[in-house]
Design a binder for this molecule. Structure first.
Ligand SMILES: [Zn+2]
Length: 198
């Protein structure tokens, strides 16, 4: 039984590695074929999540943000701590102009830095900053109700949120993984706060 598990693990790893090689060479369709095969080996393998994440990345490169969102949602549901998936899904939501969803993704991408490179971290922050500059933040439960926030209130909260993220960015050391402090963004509809670890 053990040998069998090991061979599945090895096969998935090999397929994943092949996908990575094609992705690095910009051959995204080919890369996706291998990532799909690695994913088909099952959720129990070590390369399962990375295969989903990198498939999402290749779909973005092919200009298919909707497909990317679908793939990355599977990854996020499997492991909400997989920060890169939140980050790429946030970019995908930006690409289809779903800015509210993009902001929530970015907040989750910034949630905890284990497994996220300093570059990704910096990238997530600058995207969050740009999004907060243009849009009022709306939390997940409020987003489901679909109602628009009160305009004057939203403008004030937008200013406040932007100031928060700016302050965090100026005090951040992007080269280190350690969580230095915490800040929050406020929902423009209900006033609830979403914590972000910087
Ligand atoms: Zn809310």
């Amino acid at each position: 039984m053990k040998a069998n598990t090991d061979s599945v693990e090895d096969a998935a790893e090999k397929l994943f590695d092949k996908g990575c090689k094609y992705q690095l060479r910009g051959k995204h369709r080919k890369a996706i074929q291998y990532f799909d095969q690695a994913i088909a080996m099952g959720a129990g393998t070590t390369s399962y999540l990375s295969s989903l994440g990198l498939k999402g990345r290749s779909l973005m490169s092919l200009g298919k943000p909707r497909d990317a969102i679908q793939t990355l949602t599977i990854a996020i549901e499997d492991d909400p701590d997989y920060r890169s998936a939140w980050l790429i899904r946030g970019e995908a939501h930006c690409a289809i102009k779903k800015y509210d969803a993009a902001m929530r993704d970015m907040c989750n991408a910034c949630g905890d830095w284990s497994g996220v490179s300093p570059e990704q971290r910096q990238h997530a922050y600058s995207l969050l900053h740009d999004l907060l500059k243009k849009n009022a933040f709306v939390c997940e439960p409020c987003a489901r109700t679909g109602k628009k926030p009160d305009k004057a209130n939203a403008r004030e909260i937008k200013k406040q949120n932007l100031a928060q993220v700016k302050r965090a960015m100026s005090s951040l050391d992007f080269k280190h993984y350690t969580v230095s402090h915490q800040f929050s963004v406020t929902c423009a509809k209900c006033g609830s706060e979403t914590n972000i670890y910087a």
